[in-house]
Ligand binder design. Structure first.
Ligand code: GLV
Length: 391
């Protein structure tokens, strides 16, 4: 054999226990970690089907929908975005994308790759879209799909959704929403708000590892997908087949791909925890923690990137990097001395902001206080090049 055994694999793996207070993934609750160590099941075993059925019920609860086409994809949140694009869009269809951060940019890229005619609307960084703005754009573009992000984690902006679905339907357009960074922390009523395609991330508020992505399509969207003139471009994300594996339609389950039973069990546990706590309580916990963080940041003299409180995403808070501070010093200080992850900006906010995540299991007052102390210490160190603060 020409390739020798790699030396690195003869050593034990290093997986430090970090406190993940960036924009995600967040730490998994102990019950989810325990669920991950359950025995492996086959993807066509009856116990796996039962777990999938339980997950569908949990997803209907967190999305607040009765959509039959509700399931979890075997991919990260990006796969959810790609699934929306490749199932709803055929070559030449027009999509309108609300772009106020990296996720709108990614959606634009994916829609272009699907052969769509892509139109966008944008805002100042750190702002969201008004209903009037959305209505005008939909009225003039007349897209097949309107795509918007509820929680823009690159800027820390929250986008209210109420009323957008009604506008879309008035103009015969489907509404697709990304809730990867927001679901569980802010209100979401998929059926009441007439949302046609929705997905979220497992690794944020749900506290489940990345790699399994909840998604749901309305009956309106389902009808459009099933009447496509061309097959869905990406076999792996073809919802007409995955839906059959998840028993969402009439007819027997089929084998589409090998679903990870470990991730299914973990997702089921994450959903069980949400059900035990209740969505209202979960949202309140996130709101309370965010308020505690905003108050603490103000005391530290830090400036929020999103000025108006009601436009801030409770899960991901963005703070302007103060003059004279190198954000990398602060983030490096936090990880080196406290094993605590803070994050810098992403895409259009790179080098401009810090991002602090408060999600799921990590959304606790004691974590907020710890972040504030570490942030203060890191800022002092970056300014004075010496550590004035001790936990
Ligand atoms: C990922 O979701 C990020 O916002 O960095």
């Amino acid at each position: 054999m020409d390739v020798p055994k790699p030396e690195c694999l003869k050593k034990n793996v290093n997986v430090p226990n970090k406190l993940l207070m960036g924009p995600g993934p967040s730490n998994c609750p102990p019950r989810v970690l325990k669920a991950l160590s359950q025995p492996i099941l086959g993807h066509m075993h009856p116990e796996t089907f039962q777990i999938m059925d339980d997950i569908k019920e949990g997803l209907k609860y967190i999305f607040q929908t009765n959509n039959t086409l509700t399931l979890a994809l075997s991919c990260s949140g990006h796969g959810g975005m790609e699934a929306v694009m490749c199932n709803l869009i055929e070559e030449g269809d027009t999509i309108l994308i609300a772009k106020n951060g990296i996720w709108g940019q990614r959606a634009e890229d994916m829609a272009n790759r699907c052969g769509a005619t892509v139109k966008t609307i944008d805002t100042e960084l750190g702002d969201n879209f008004s209903l009037a703005r959305i209505q005008n754009a939909i009225q003039s573009v007349k897209p097949k799909v309107f795509f918007i992000v509820q929680g823009e984690s690159s800027t820390g902006v929250y986008q209210p959704l109420e009323g957008i679905g009604d506008i879309c339907h008035r103009y015969n357009c489907l509404l697709a929403v990304d809730t990867v960074a927001s679901l569980g922390a802010v209100p979401l009523l998929v059926d009441q708000w007439n949302i046609d395609a929705i997905y979220t991330g497992s690794q944020k508020v749900l506290g489940v590892p990345p790699g399994i992505t909840p998604i749901s399509f309305s009956s309106r969207a389902q009808k459009i997908i099933f009447s496509r003139k061309t097959p869905v471009q990406i076999y792996y994300l073809d919802i007409t087949q995955i839906g059959q594996q998840w028993n969402c339609f009439e007819g027997p389950r089929i084998y589409h791909h090998t679903v990870s039973s470990s991730l299914l069990v973990a997702l089921r546990e994450g959903l069980a925890l949400v059900v035990e706590e209740g969505l209202e309580e979960l949202m309140k916990r996130h709101r309370d923690c965010a308020k505690r963080l905003y108050d603490g940041l103000e005391k530290l003299g830090l400036e929020p990137f999103v000025e108006e409180v009601h436009k801030r995403l409770p899960t991901v808070t963005t703070i302007k990097v103060p003059d004279g501070v190198n954000w990398l010093d602060v983030v490096g200080y936090a990880i080196k001395h406290f094993n605590l992850e803070l994050s810098g900006g992403l895409g259009p906010t790179a080098n401009k902001v810090f991002r602090i995540g408060l999600m799921g299991y990590n959304a606790k007052p004691e974590n907020v206080d710890k972040v504030l102390k570490v942030l203060q210490g890191g800022l002092q160190k970056s300014k004075n090049n010496k550590c004035l603060f001790k936990l």
